[in-house]
Ligand binder design. Structure first.
Ligand SMILES: Nc1ncnc2c1ncn2[C@@H]1O[C@H](COP(=O)(O)OP(=O)(O)OP(=O)(O)O)[C@@H](O)[C@H]1O
Ligand SMILES: [Mg+2]
Length: 413
């Protein structure tokens, strides 16, 4: 089996359609390769409530009864999958009721679950995360990309929360890279700068302190003060190689999605994070009564219909679309000097608008099932075309393992 890829679905705020997306996307993925969906949310709209199948064992059994995670998988009965198209799909349900281990999620329990997720027998593992941004959520998220963020034009405030996830992830990584025991501390001269650089980073992180509004201003200052030293190069590389993947839910037209979701999201990132992160729109899901009713009937919409898991029509070749989205899938080497250049904030918005129009020309806009087929196609392409660190992760790392991985890393001199 090819290396596993773990993809998180998160949003920062609740009720934007994470679970709906996670369930249907996992089903679509399962038509390609063995896929396990893990419900890490204990909310009322949990995965078990949208799939009509009795759950014999769930995370309760994993936490309280010492069952291996593999023993807590639920597969689909014939009733839901009469043609056997989804035999490669399984899910791990969250506990039925609030459980202390899960709500407070002490480190010990969390790490045990992370290790077990790494061992799951699947090519794709999808994690449906709960809203919020505490350590329990952050630990499951990748460190060099955003995983899949879901937001909608109906909640511009929730969109800023998705931006907050990106900010938290990049800062987590920068802190580790800049730590006194981190990769940069090996060099004596760099080590002497670390305390100052960390103090500046505090100012960037603090949105009330306007002296350094974002990482671009921070890097520009560092570059002017220190020149292209290894620390500056490492930080520039960390920021510019960060990939953000998102899905627009409850889409009802390009104009509204652009104005109420894309603009607030991109503007948030430019203002508080950086204009240099890579943005990758995976597609949209239309607002659909049929989808909502399917959820209520506990019969996920992707289970029905001929287009489940099939590629959507191809007016525009994926490669062309990707060229439009990211320029070139092979990341161009960054020069820290890029941070000295003035970036036109409109440019990213124009590009995102072009992407929306290109998607509409393709079949992304049609029926909600086509939406999932389209997103699947784009996600598979992203998995193939980009380096593993740029979309999801191969395995979950505890904070210590993450630190060790980054500490052992050498940045291009
Ligand atoms: N595209 C859509 N069209 C119509 N209804 C939708 C759509 N997406 C989600 N919904 C409905 O919105 C509600 C919230 O969706 P869902 O439970 O997937 O959100 P969530 O982000 O997982 O919420 P929570 O944060 O509570 O876990 C559900 O009733 C769902 O059926
Ligand atoms: Mg949910």
């Amino acid at each position: 089996m090819k290396a596993k890829r773990i993809l998180t679905v998160s949003s920062g705020k609740g009720g934007v359609g994470k679970s709906t997306f996670a369930v249907n996307f996992s089903l679509a993925l399962a038509r390609v390769a063995p896929t396990v969906l893990v419900d890490l949310d204990t909310g009322t709209s949990s995965v078990r409530n949208t799939i009509d199948v009795p759950v014999k064992k769930d995370l309760y059994h994993f936490f309280r009864k010492g069952e291996p995670l593999e023993a807590c998988l639920t597969t689909l009965p014939d009733k839901l999958d009469p043609h056997g198209h989804f035999r490669n799909f399984a899910f791990v349900a969250a506990p039925k009721h609030a459980m202390e281990e899960f709500i407070n999620f002490e480190d010990m329990h969390r790490y045990r679950l992370m290790r077990a997720i790494n061992e799951l027998p699947a090519r794709f593992v999808v994690l449906d995360l709960r809203a919020g941004l505490d350590a329990a959520v952050l630990d499951f998220l990748p460190h060099s990309n955003s995983g899949i963020l879901v937001f909608t034009p109906h909640h511009p405030a929730a969109t800023a929360a998705a931006g907050d996830i990106v900010k938290a992830l990049i800062f987590r990584k920068l802190r580790l890279v800049l730590s006194e025991e981190g990769p940069l501390a090996k060099d004596r001269e760099t080590r002497s700068h670390l305390a100052t650089i960390n103090a500046l980073l505090d100012k960037v992180e603090d949105v009330y302190d306007e002296s350094l509004p974002n990482l671009d201003a921070f890097l520009k200052d560092l570059l002017l003060a220190l020149g292209e030293v290894p620390a500056v190069r490492a930080l520039a590389e960390t920021v510019t190689s960060f990939h953000v993947h998102f899905v627009l839910n409850l889409f009802n037209g390009i104009r509204e999605s652009y104005e109420n979701a894309i603009v607030p999201f991109v503007t948030f990132l430019q203002r508080y994070v950086s204009s240099h992160v890579k943005l990758y729109n995976l597609g949209w899901i239309v607002q659909s009564t049929e989808l909502h009713e399917a959820n209520c009937r506990r019969h996920p919409i992707v289970l029905d219909g001929p287009s489940a898991g099939e590629p959507a029509g191809q007016k525009l070749k994926l490669e062309d679309l990707d060229a439009l989205l990211l320029g070139n899938p092979t990341p161009t080497p960054v020069s820290p000097k890029d941070f000295l250049l003035e970036v036109n904030p409109e440019q990213a918005l124009v590009e995102q608008l072009e992407v929306l129009h290109a998607m509409q020309q393709d079949s992304a806009a049609r029926h909600v099932r086509d939406n999932f087929a389209y997103i699947l196609r784009r996600a598979l392409h992203a998995l193939q075309a980009f380096p593993a660190e740029s979309f999801g992760q191969r395995r979950l790392l505890t904070p210590l393992e993450l630190f060790d991985t980054l500490a052992g890393r050498t940045f291009t001199p």
